[in-house]
Write a new protein. Structure first.
Length: 337
């Protein structure tokens, strides 16, 4: 009681006390972003401050046999946005942040679970010591190329439906069904669903969604219809490639996109990475599962802030932090996490 009276008279001390108490009981998950989070120049401030981060970009360059870092730190957004470049670039960015955190003693052990949005699942596995950075860089480059080549350019499309839940979107897909394919690709949060398939079918869903109360229904500027059954050729490519790499038991469990349930078994992880190419990104269910598992805080590791926004819309009481720069890292360090 004495402490409560003192802290009520001193707001700063009160914040310190309750901040310390929250950190003591915090259960944390690390989240890793996927395609769409990329930015020209990302990571430049990290490599200026942390040689360990520079080493990450160098290793990814070596794995790919080219200077991807020149594209990331260049001035051609269109080239960076090519799927074959975006996927390894975002992997490099996330792991560069992890290596910078490690210099301050902040390691994967600070998390109870990891999860990644689409290609971010590979970043999560590298962070959790289940997959080497070298192998992951080569895998996501192949993944990007295979997904791009699975469907002829212009035949596929994706669209974001904002303001409707997944059941409503599924109903719209059913009503818009014809000889062409459209499926749910991403269940991102309670009011954001992405659909994928043949262009004319996706456009039909967009038109119907606008008449069913969607706040927005927009075609996305992507080069292929990801996360639908049109990606079967890419899944075959990834199954063969994944069979040749070592996947270890992760330091902390992974919540995969296609199951939204914790896994640690390497064989299961390998299989789910193949399924992920054509499967739904069940992000809303993943965050809800983290909440049921007692997670009270998430760290978004790498470029962008989109995942944190989704988390707040799904689990309103979950604390979110975005970590992409030296200043973000120092805020964590100064906070005494």
């Amino acid at each position: 009681m004495v402490h409560v009276v003192l802290f009520m008279d001193d707001t700063y001390q009160e914040r310190l006390f309750f901040g310390f108490w929250i950190e003591c009981v915090m259960n944390r998950a690390f989240l890793f972003p996927g395609q769409g989070a990329q930015q020209i120049g990302m990571g430049q401030d990290l490599v200026c401050s942390y040689p360990e981060s520079q080493a990450v970009f160098d290793e990814v360059d070596d794995a790919l046999g080219e200077r991807l870092s020149n594209i990331i730190w260049g001035d051609d957004q269109d080239t960076l946005t090519l799927t074959r470049n975006t996927q390894p670039a975002l992997l490099a960015m996330s792991i560069a942040v992890m290596r910078a955190l490690k210099t301050h003693g902040l390691q994967i052990h600070q998390a109870h679970y990891v999860a990644g949005h689409s290609l971010g699942e590979y970043s999560a596995l590298v962070a959790a010591n289940a997959l080497s950075l070298f192998d992951a860089a080569r895998l996501v480059r192949l993944r990007g190329v295979a997904m791009q080549e699975a469907v002829p350019l212009g035949e596929g499309a994706m669209a974001a439906i904002i303001g409707l839940d997944i059941d409503t979107v599924k109903s719209i897909i059913s009503d818009a069904s014809h000889s062409k394919l459209c499926q749910v690709a991403n269940d991102n949060d309670c009011s954001q669903v992405v659909v994928s398939g043949h262009r004319e079918a996706v456009q039909a869903v967009v038109t119907l969604a606008e008449g069913r109360g969607a706040r927005r229904a927009i075609m996305l500027p992507v080069s292929a219809p990801f996360h639908c059954t049109l990606m079967e050729p890419a899944a075959t490519v990834m199954a063969e490639a994944l069979s040749t790499v070592t996947i270890s038991r992760p330091t902390v469990p992974l919540l995969p996109n296609v199951s939204a349930s914790p896994v640690s078994d390497p064989a299961t992880i390998r299989s789910l990475l193949v399924d992920q190419v054509t499967g739904v990104v069940r992000w809303r269910e993943t965050i809800m599962a983290l909440g049921r598992l007692g997670i009270t805080e998430t760290w978004e590791i790498g470029a962008g802030k989109a995942l944190s926004g989704m988390v707040r819309r799904i689990e309103r009481n979950m604390i979110t932090r975005q970590i992409a720069s030296p200043s973000d890292i120092m805020k964590i360090v100064d906070h005494g996490v």
